[in-house]
Ligand binder design. Structure first.
Ligand code: FA5
Length: 342
């Protein structure tokens, strides 16, 4: 009796399917024969009330038939959607192909890769750190406590936290990697840490809310400002492909002591004076200094056991100088007329 019913349903589907003309009709058919309220579903639900022997026999038939019906419906679906019948398809291999647009790197990435190449060739390791950072790694361990005015130097995006939870920020600089790396390693080492940084700032030709920095950190027993000057000179000469001079000016960062801003002689005019360097002959590059012993203490090193230098500056600035780009907002503008030039 049940077997008969199941076979009848299959026959009805086979007849009905030949009359289907569109996907709505097919949808209705599927609902009618396999839907939740269909006769077929009732049969499947009733299997549990049958004797063990019948349940096995009818169950097998019902499942097989259900799969067959689903198969019939699927091929109709493909037929209606114009799916290609491989048996009938012809390919004309003489037709010209479609040219695929090939993307390429943003100049920021190109410059970042170049920086990594130069530094790894000098024996530096590339280190990494999180972009969402705790207040401790971004500020406290770098000798910038909560009530210190130096926190105002870097306008910060704070992430919402429940009261009592440690503050989270979008890192304002790559200096957090100094702390993360030093907490896990013992000197001597030399690293660079390129990466994305964020500041809650109004944007202009030189400032973005999201930009890239790269940090360099060298720590050993006997590191001095002379080592910094040598590494900086070697790097910039390789990067710009010409001889350059380095100039230091006194500055302040809580995590370095002494601290300085450093300039390079203009990579465009060689120091004679041009529009890029504002006719001064010098280009301002970034901040640097000798690692403050308080920072060493924060990562568990003994005071005065080590010395080191650190610097950090903006990768967009280097890309702008190298490719003569006048506004850092171009980099993330998504304007293909800009990116395609590189
Ligand atoms: C710092 O961020 C320090 N962490 C650098 C440092 C590291 C000093 C290690 C000493 C030792 P500062 O806030 O000056 O410093 O930023 C460094 C560079 O990042 C700037 O010279 C500039 O090139 C770039 N920069 C800063 N803010 C922006 C911004 N909003 N958009 C684009 N570039 C920026």
């Amino acid at each position: 009796m049940l077997e008969q019913k199941i076979n009848d349903i299959k026959k009805q589907v086979a007849q009905a399917i030949s009359k289907i003309k569109n996907s709505q009709e097919l949808f209705d058919l599927e609902k009618r024969f396999l839907g939740r309220k269909s006769e077929f579903t009732d049969i499947l639900k009733g299997l549990k009330d049958l004797s063990q022997e019948d349940r096995k026999k009818i169950g097998e038939l019902a499942n097989r038939t259900k799969n067959e019906i689903a198969g019939i419906i699927l091929s109709k679906k493909q037929e209606l959607s114009g799916a290609v019948d491989l048996g009938k398809e012809k390919i004309d291999v003489t037709l010209p192909g479609y040219r695929k647009g090939i993307g390429h790197l943003n100049p920021i990435t190109t410059v970042q890769n170049e920086i990594m190449d130069i530094f790894t060739s000098m024996g530096f390791e590339v280190a990494d750190g999180p972009e969402v950072e705790t207040e401790f790694y971004n500020f406290d361990a770098l000798n910038i406590p909560a009530d210190h005015p130096a926190r105002d130097m870097q306008d910060t995006f704070w992430l919402k936290q429940k009261s009592g939870e440690e503050g989270l920020v979008l890192r304002t600089h790559t200096s957090n990697v100094q702390i993360r790396y030093m907490s896990a390693h013992k000197p001597p080492f030399r690293i660079i840490a390129p990466g994305k940084t964020f500041r809650h700032e109004a944007t202009d030709a030189k400032h973005e809310h999201t930009f890239y920095q790269f940090e360099a950190l060298v720590v050993d027993k006997n590191i001095s400002v002379a080592n910094f000057k040598f590494i900086a000179k070697t790097f910039f000469e390789k990067f710009f492909g010409r001889e350059l001079n380095i100039r230091l000016r006194p500055s302040f960062f809580p995590f370095t002591e002494p601290s300085f801003e450093f300039d390079i002689s203009c990579a465009i005019c060689g120091g004679k004076g041009c529009s890029t360097c504002g006719h001064s002959g010098w280009l301002e590059i970034g901040g640097a200094g000798m690692v403050n012993q308080k920072v060493f203490e924060a990562v568990g090193y003994k005071r005065n056991e080590y010395q080191g230098f650190a610097w950090g500056f903006g990768i967009p600035r280097l890309a702008m100088l190298k490719y003569k780009i006048d506004d850092n907002r171009h980099f993330h503008s998504g304007d293909l007329r800009f990116v395609k030039q590189f």
